[in-house]
Design a protein around this ligand. Structure first.
Ligand code: PMP
Ligand code: GLN
Length: 378
């Protein structure tokens, strides 16, 4: 058979987690917490199962959950999405992203993405016959040069994918970035996919710049979110997608045949849990403390880096330690020193000699302490 994705190999997250397991290494590579979800949420899900939420949920998702998501948008962003027509609950952000791209990308359409980029965008575009136009982010702050973006927009541009807070760099887009994007797309038919899975992990009193805060952007945007990130249960694979009605109706045409509907009991449990805003509003403080704890522990190490502005990832430069490529350095410290991280070059276009690793700090303080002890010896 002829592969539809000839360049695609096993994802770096699977590769590094497998290597960490094989060598009994501390795993700060793949992004997932090593502590439990709140017991209250687990109790809500158990209650939902015991009270009969075990058959197909409605195609777009449990209605109570959609209402709770809609209320959350109003509370956090002062922006409204109608629960009946503008919100769909998905099998994680990954399925939402794949479904948006499948619903809107025709062969030869162009999709602008920014590198380093999370790994699921490009294959979804390719498999639908589209072409990704990759633009490198610049410098230690991974800044976007919007003039460069303007020069890459063409009549074929169908979609621009942004991600803030940004995986893997831990940077965030500013209000000015969002305004530039809004101005660039004004008067065009270009759609925007705004991957906001780390929306509640923004630090140092910065504000998350959701696409829904900018009216002209909101009108052309899909916002994608993930309960796995927000409630410490990445394995549940639940998230959601919001967009204006006309866009959401096209999305749902694909969603209903792609998965039809997602886990019913967990949706009901999440609906109950989401009714208490502190359950997500406290997350920034929680992860800022973890970031600061980790950085404090390694302050005398030979690694260097700007503190993450958002996400649960910290990128660290190892120029002072080794000349090796980041892929071989990451593998070496996993095998020899017992600590796994993600090499940044796998998400890049250029910068192959960029000596940077990504560390996930969504870990217990005990794990962070053990990891730091290893980093301090390198
Ligand atoms: N987008 C980004 C930027 C992510 O980091 C992740 C999770 N690693 C996803 C999407 C996918 O989220 P989910 O696990 O909910 O599918
Ligand atoms: N989003 C996670 C990360 O960036 C990985 C998810 C996955 O393994 N696909 O580490």
């Amino acid at each position: 058979h002829r592969s539809k994705l000839p360049q695609v190999a096993t994802s770096i997250f699977s590769v590094m987690s497998a290597l960490a397991n094989e060598h009994g290494a501390i795993n700060l590579s793949q992004g997932f917490p090593n502590f439990k979800s709140d017991q209250k949420l687990i109790d809500f899900v158990n209650l939902a199962m015991n009270s009969g939420h075990n058959q197909y949920a409605p195609m777009a998702g449990n209605m109570e959950l959609r209402r709770a998501i809609s209320k959350k948008f109003e509370l956090v962003y002062g922006s409204s999405y109608h629960p009946e027509t503008e919100i769909t609950v998905t099998a994680g952000a990954t399925q939402a992203i794949y479904t948006i791209i499948s619903a809107f990308i025709h062969p030869h359409d162009e999709v602008i993405i920014f590198k380093p980029a999370y790994d699921c965008y490009e294959p979804a575009v390719q498999i639908n016959g589209g072409k990704t136009i990759a633009i490198q982010m610049h410098g230690a702050n991974y800044a976007i040069n919007w003039d460069e973006v303007a020069s890459k927009i063409s009549a074929k541009t169908k979609l621009i994918i942004i991600n803030t807070p940004h995986n893997p760099s831990g940077t965030v887009l500013s209000e000015n970035d969002m305004q530039k994007l809004q101005a660039l797309t004004a008067g065009t038919d270009i759609l925007v996919l705004s991957d906001e899975v780390y929306e509640h992990m923004v630090f140092d009193n910065l504000k998350h710049q959701s696409a829904c805060l900018f009216p002209d952007l909101k009108a052309r945007s899909f916002i994608v979110a993930s309960f796995g990130k927000t409630f410490h249960n990445t394995g549940w694979k639940l998230g959601y997608c919001c967009a204006p009605k006309a866009l959401m109706s096209e999305f749902q045409k694909v969603h209903q045949f792609n998965v039809f509907s997602v886990n019913s009991a967990m949706q009901k449990g999440l609906a109950d849990y989401l009714k208490t805003p502190s359950h997500y509003l406290d997350l920034a403080h929680f992860y800022q403390e973890k970031r600061d704890y980790f950085l404090q522990l390694i302050k005398d190490s030979r690694f260097s880096g700007t503190p993450a502005a958002g996400t649960y990832f910290q990128v660290l430069d190892y120029t002072n330690i080794s000349e090796e490529s980041d892929v071989s350095f990451a593998k070496k410290i996993t095998i020899k020193n017992g600590l796994a991280a993600i090499p940044m070059s796998v998400f890049n276009i250029g910068n192959k000699d960029h000596k940077v690793l990504r560390f996930c700090f969504a870990k217990t303080n005990e794990t962070l302490k053990k990891a730091a002890a290893i980093l301090n010896q390198l």
